[in-house]
Design a protein around this ligand. Structure first.
Ligand code: ZN
Length: 370
């Protein structure tokens, strides 16, 4: 029987434009999620944006005032690891040189895209984040290791600086790529040629979507399907769209005409093409997620210990979303012979003992809803 390791990965951060309070967008919603996962016997992986956390810590140490609640954040991360959840590395480098003005961190847009940074700079940033997490978490778990990474805004292209930087820092897993995804702008990538939407691969140093069998890095993609726009309909996604409009990332230097042309082009693409539909546990409904798990099991009958990565964001995790998620966790718990909760650290332990995942070539199509 096919068996899948399910990883719920939560990007832990405030709004991308630097607005928002960490208590409202990080610690409170994540506290609710940790309780929910604890009650269900499930595991949550917090992808902590260490660039933000390092700045909050710096402000607290310098001023003696914990304005951003870094004490509560660090306590939450320590408690999560002590309870068997995982904390791994996520980095929005534009915070590292951001200025806090008024009620907002004015982003340093020259360092907005991880993959566009010089090799030395991204190596230094990853090293700083990994060191911070390991110093914070080893006191509660001496075996704790920071070994997984997700780039801000999924920025892994071009790959020739960031992939070697991850390897140099001993990062074993990247989980930034989602097949079919593409962006053009301040962050540019095209993951249409990614080897799989679910099966991990060892990426080449030149191209995260290429394969190099001797690479020490493994890409574990965020699960994604290509679907028409109406498949995206859910209350969670509507909330995400409204939130993005309320806290827009305003890029300097773009004329209003260029923005309008861009929007019209986006609208045409929106209706006519199929889009990357990530398995997002804050934006998809419970029914959508459960049906996706059924498709995954149906499409991969010979899979053995195949990881399935879901993505979420603490800033979008409200109580309504919690109710949907409780249904998803109950579904997974009802099929323990097929689905097992896991974390990157658990995968690492199992894989280093030779239990690498296997998956057959995609067999019969069980149909993807559109
Ligand atoms: Zn992020």
């Amino acid at each position: 029987m096919a068996r899948f390791d399910i990883l719920f990965t939560l990007d832990y951060e405030i709004h991308g434009n630097g607005e928002g309070r960490p208590r409202a967008l990080m610690t409170r919603p994540t506290g609710r999620l940790l309780d929910l996962f604890q009650d269900a016997g499930a595991r949550l992986t917090i992808m902590a944006d260490t660039a933000e956390l390092l700045r909050y810590r710096e402000v607290a140490d310098r001023s003696g005032r914990d304005y951003f609640g870094i004490g509560d954040i660090e306590e939450q991360l320590r408690t999560a690891v002590a309870r068997g959840h995982d904390v791994q590395l996520h980095v929005h480098p534009s915070y590292l040189k951001a200025e806090f003005v008024g009620r907002k961190w004015e982003q340093y847009y020259k360092e907005y895209s991880c993959a566009d940074l010089p090799r030395e700079r991204i190596t230094e940033i990853i090293s700083g984040g990994k060191t911070y997490l390991e110093r914070l978490l080893r006191p509660v778990d001496p075996d704790y290791a920071c070994l997984a990474f997700r780039a801000a805004n999924w920025s892994m292209c071009p790959s020739h600086h960031i992939v070697p930087a991850l390897i140099e820092n001993g990062i074993r897993y990247d989980s930034s790529v989602f097949k079919y995804g593409s962006r053009k702008g301040t962050v540019t990538f095209d993951y249409s040629q990614a080897p799989s939407n679910i099966v991990p691969w060892r990426p080449s140093a030149e191209d995260i979507c290429g394969i190099s069998q001797d690479s020490p890095l493994i890409e574990i993609p965020i699960y994604c399907e290509r679907r028409h726009v109406w498949a995206f309909a859910s209350l969670g996604r509507l909330r995400r769209v409204l939130t993005s409009r309320q806290y827009p990332v305003k890029l300097s230097g773009m004329s209003s005409r260029r923005r309008i042309v861009g929007r019209l082009r986006d609208l045409g693409r929106l209706v006519l093409s199929r889009h990357a539909w990530k398995l997002d546990f804050n934006q998809c409904s419970a029914g959508q997620i459960v049906r996706t798990f059924e498709r995954i099991a149906c499409n991969n009958p010979g899979a053995k210990d195949l990881p399935v990565v879901l993505i979420g964001h603490s800033k979008l995790a409200d109580t309504r979303n919690g109710k949907e998620l409780a249904q998803v966790l109950a579904y997974l718990n009802s099929k323990p012979e097929v689905f097992r909760f896991s974390t990157f650290r658990q995968l690492s332990g199992a894989w280093s003992h030779g239990r690498e995942p296997t998956a057959p070539e995609r067999l019969a199509s069980c149909g993807v809803e559109t």
